[in-house]
Structures are given as C-alpha cells and as structure tokens.
Design a protein around this ligand. Structure first.
Ligand code: HEC
Length: 165
C-alpha cells in the first residue's frame, strides 16, 4: 500500500516536472523568437528610430554620411594617421559589435579605445547627448540594417561583440 502511494507521488512529480520544463522552455523560446529577451522590440520602436534619425543628422551625418555610407576609402589611413569615418550601414563593421560596445564607442569616442599613437577623429558624446539619445541613435542605425545583418548583430550581443573593441 505504502509502496503504491510512493509510486503515485513520484509519477505526479515527474508529470508536473516535465510540464514545468515544457512551459519554461516554451516561454524562453517565445521571448527569443519575438526578440523580447534581446531588447530588440524596444530597440526597434518607431518613435525612437525617428528621434535617432534627427540626432544622427545633427551630430553624425557630417562624417558618417547622410545615408550612413561613411567617407570614401574609409579603410585607408589618412596622412595624419587617422582613419576616415566608416559606414554605419551593413558595409561597415558597427554590426559586429554588441549594443553595449556601440554605446560605449559613441559615449567615449575613438581616442578611448585606441591607445596612442593611433589617432581618432571619432568624438565622444557623453557631454553632448543623454544615454536615451544615444540609444535612440543606435535604434536608428539598426533600423537601417537588412534583417540578416540584424540577426547577426543579435548573435554579437549574446557573445559580447565580435569586433576589436
Ligand atoms: C568628426 C567626424 C565624426 C563624427 C562627427 C562622428 N564620427 Fe563616428 N567615427 C568617426 C571615425 C573617424 C571613426 C573610425 C574609428 C576611429 O577612428 O576612432 C568612427 C567610428 C564610429 C563607430 C565605430 C564603428 C566601428 O565599426 O567600430 C561608431 C559606432 C560611430 N562612429 C558612431 C557615430 C555616431 C552615432 C556619431 C554621431 C553621434 C558619430 N559617430 C559622429 C568619425 C566621426
């Protein structure tokens, strides 16, 4: 008798245990697929994209180009040792970095990442733009990437970034 009871308890535990795993797994899959876990839904909010576009045009387009195409020959060093501004669209390598890295780069500027003697023309914006404005900028830049590149950058987010800084 006692044995049957124990068996029942074990059966119930197994049943509820697997039910729980199924639900938890389902929830995680749902969040991953909808991008909620990766903050993607918030990042691609149209209001933020619109706000970011205006900030981009005011502060970034002069170097990175109105169409995010960067400066010509951006991979070739200038005579003074600096680099031209790279594209912010899929032709550049911004998408190889995690959101956090991109944020830090805009906040601190290039000089913070490259030790001398490498010189950088990329200014830091922490005294000019609020964090919210920088996130809006990132939303705008991401919204211009093709879906495939956006998916790769989501992977970069999980890995903490693929690039050099
Ligand atoms: C005065 C020119 C200039 C302005 C203005 C400028 N940048 Fe840059 N930016 C650069 C240069 C040059 C680089 C290349 C890296 C370096 O030399 O530090 C760069 C690099 C970057 C990178 C890193 C790209 C990568 O693949 O590693 C990001 C992101 C970026 N800029 C975003 C912005 C944003 C957003 C703005 C506007 C808030 C902005 N930049 C304004 C010149 C500029």
């Amino acid at each position: 008798m006692a044995l049957t009871n124990e068996n029942n308890v074990i059966k119930k535990l197994l049943l509820f245990g697997s039910l729980y795993l199924l639900l938890a797994g389902g929830a995680i899959a749902y969040f991953l697929v909808t991008g909620k876990l990766t903050n993607d839904a918030k990042i691609l909010d149209p209001v933020r994209i619109a706000e970011g576009k205006v900030i981009y045009q005011d502060h970034c387009a002069s170097c990175h180009g109105i169409n995010l195409k960067g400066q010509p020959n951006w991979e070739t060093r200038n005579a003074d040792g600096t680099y031209p501004a790279p594209p912010q669209n899929e032709d550049g390598h911004t998408w190889q970095h995690s959101d956090r890295q991109i944020f830090r780069y805009i906040e601190e500027g290039g000089a913070d990442f490259y030790p001398p003697p490498i010189k950088s023309n990329m200014p830091g914006y922490k005294d000019t733009l609020t964090s919210k404005q920088i996130w809006a900028l990132i939303s705008y830049i991401k919204s211009r990437w093709p879906e495939e590149i956006r998916q790769k950058q989501i992977a970069a987010n999980f890995a903490g970034g693929f690039g050099h800084h």
